[in-house]
Write a protein that binds this ligand. Sequence first.
Ligand SMILES: [Zn+2]
Length: 251
Amino acid sequence: MIDTHAHITCDELFPQAEDVLQRARDAGVERILCICLNPEEVKRAFALQEQYPWLDIAAGYHPGDLYELDEKAWNDMERIVQDERILAIGEIGLDYHWDDVDKETQKQAFITQIEWANRLHKPILIHMRDATKDTLELLKAHKQVNGIMHCFSGSIETARELLAMGMYLSVGGPLTFLNARGIPEVISQCPPDRLFLETDCPYLTPHPHRGKRNEPMYLSYTCDKLAEVLDMETKALNAHLRENYRKLFHI
Ligand SMILES: [Zn+2]
């Protein structure tokens, strides 16, 4: 299995990163894309990667963190994403659920980072919460690269629009929740060659561990549920997902 969205270097998980990665490996996770939200997390990830070459790295500014960024922070991140160890730009996007950062600031930051990705030919990893319309509009207007809509929980119409523009959809713990509502039904209509699995750890722990701190070792619960939803064997499913990863990240 591949976990395409894990915050291994966040303050909560990083102190136990070695144990977390060992448990992931023991649970059958063969690769992890570590999402870094600031230069400090990237530094941690570069150091971890020396020891764990199956840890891949993405970096970008999350829409919820924009209020604390000055010009130096922007210059630092622009330099960092050019490093060849950074496989993708993200997570970036729009989050209108919280109002710490106004919509215009979020949109501007999103566009700036999509343009970095276009210039560097690196995929984008998108965070979208309560902002479907604006996210789709900005992607249509600016995006030239492909990418992943992380923790997708939208409608079938939104899924179709994203797939039509070359995006992949990633599913996380919410697929397994007992009140998952429409997610399984929407995902069941998506082609397996456009899907990914993720934990978004330390958040969104899958059922039956919901409420505990999430780790990549819990990915199998989401994987089993996805296989059930798509009516596939997990082995065949993971072969698709591995191929998707190879294609998108050129690994
Ligand atoms: Zn995340």
